[in-house]
Design a binder for this molecule. Structure first.
Ligand code: FCB
Length: 460
């Protein structure tokens, strides 16, 4: 295959999230989050797994950062656990929580790794959920206050601030179909959550900017929605509906166009959107410098009056059939289709011009098998050729978008470590570094060595 080079200064890195790797769920004053509660509720997470210990990154961060440096990562995207900073979600700040991220930030900077912060990767303080969580408008204001507190401690060293990770998941999986914490199933609650998440983003973005933040952004999981039959008008209508619920409902207000009329009309069939107040859309449109894109797999839909719809897409029952995954799949059952990434990036660049993009997550879960144990009993090599193929394909797809003019600034692999994969617990492994959960031993997989090469050549 031909050699590909990425633009000079292209950011290469890896991503994680607090609840998925840190463990130490009770240490240093951390309050409970909705994921502590949810993972303890029988039947919600595979095998009853919780994030109590996870990868014990809270104690092992220094070694983890040393390994990132060995692999040549230029950037590391991590999230801050709100319940470590404000155990009750509001009020006094817990300095020991901030101390941890302070140490982590310094360790990264010492090794020349650029920290990219996500302020909210799904671990809402339980005390706020007890008052309605993201269905309560006040949560948006509390989020901005929390963001300001974190910036106050780390703003002198961290350039890139992202507010939310995938608000689609927080709203629709958290409050719509209940597959994620807090496990609510209510279409109206899901839409209220969409709005308050966006409002929280806008308020936090404004506060961060006012405090002096250099780069402010948000990470979404926009979908590459495709029709089952490109010639079918019914399928085109299904694409438009799903695109509205997953993409335009976030992107249009974020970029100043307000909520799309067709989406508001759809929402109004399920709930009177009285939670949207005058002036909110202006607040949501606070300028951003970077849009983070998490991409894993495309979405194929057909328009059918008997369509089962998708629980995570309220109101699509009786209108949309989501096609089952086909072709080669990851262990999550997700279709592997790198071309979807090129299509998505080009579409975003065309419809939302002038917004620099970064792939803040991309990767695959595969049934990694550790080879024969090493002499000291540790795992041998983990040869993950399928992950390398996945990453290679998606990097080529990203490069194709760059070649066609998309302003793509970087690529962060999901994930640096195997970790707690939400409702799947520890059963799905996304890491380029293998974690033995009994010993907490880290073993770079073949994909980590391959990625190290990619980074050092700035290409494939
Ligand atoms: C994304 C999440 C991330 C991880 C990957 C597999 O939706 O942001 O935490 O679980 O999926």
């Amino acid at each position: 295959m031909s050699e590909l080079r990425f633009p000079d200064g292209f950011v290469w890195g890896a991503a994680t999230a607090a609840y998925q790797i840190e463990g130490s769920a009770r240490d240093d004053g951390r309050g409970p989050s909705i994921w502590d509660t949810f993972s303890r509720t029988p039947g919600k997470v595979q095998a009853g797994h919780t994030g109590d210990v996870a990868c014990d990154h809270y104690h092992r961060y220094a070694d983890d950062v040393a390994l990132m440096a060995e692999l040549g990562l230029k950037a590391y995207r991590f999230s801050i656990a709100w319940p470590r900073i404000q155990p009750d979600g509001t009020g006094p700040v817990e300095p020991r929580g901030l101390d941890f991220y302070d140490r982590l930030t310094d360790a990264l900077l010492d090794r020349g790794i650029d920290p990219i912060v996500t302020l909210y990767h799904w671990d809402l303080p339980q005390a706020l959920e007890d008052r309605g969580g993201w269905t309560n408008r006040e949560t948006a204001e509390h989020f901005a206050a929390y963001a300001t507190a974190v910036y106050g401690r780390l703003g002198d060293r961290i350039r890139t601030w992202t507010t939310l990770n995938e608000p689609w998941c927080s709203a629709y999986l958290g409050y719509g179909n209940g597959v994620h914490a807090p496990g609510v199933r209510d279409a109206g609650a899901a839409f209220a959550a969409v709005h308050h998440l966006l409002l929280g983003h806008g308020l936090a973005a404004r506060a961060l900017r006012a405090a002096g933040a250099e780069v402010v952004g948000i990470t979404l999981n926009p979908a590459d929605v495709q029709p089952a039959n490109p010639a079918s008008a019914a399928d085109a209508a299904a694409v438009r509906l799903v695109d509205g619920l997953q993409n335009r409902i976030f992107l249009d207000p974020l970029t100043g166009a307000g909520y799309p009329a067709d989406v508001l009309e759809h929402v109004s069939r399920m709930v009177e959107p009285t939670f949207i107040r005058d002036g909110d859309e202006k607040l949501i449109a606070a300028p951003i410098d970077l849009l983070g894109i998490n991409y894993y797999s495309p979405t194929y839909v057909a328009g059918r009056p008997d369509g089962a719809g998708g629980g995570a897409y309220p109101g699509t029952e009786g209108a949309v059939e989501f096609l089952p995954s086909t072709g080669s799949l990851t262990e999550m059952g997700w279709t592997i289709e790198p071309a979807g990434l090129t299509r998505l990036l080009e579409r975003l660049a065309a419809d939302y011009p002038g917004l620099p993009l970064m792939i803040t997550e991309n990767g695959g879960a595969f049934p990694d098998r550790a080879g024969e144990a090493g002499p000291d009993g540790g795992p041998g090599q983990v040869v993950d050729a399928d992950r390398i193929a996945y990453l290679d394909g998606h990097l080529r797809a990203a490069h194709e978008a760059v070649a066609r003019g998309v302003d793509l600034r970087g690529y962060l692999v999901w994930s640096f470590l195997d970790n707690f994969e939400w409702a799947e617990g520890y059963l799905k492994r996304f890491g380029i570094v293998h974690v033995d959960y009994l010993t907490q031993r880290r073993t770079p997989k073949s994909s980590a060595r391959w990625y190290q090469e990619v980074i050092s050549r700035n290409g494939l």
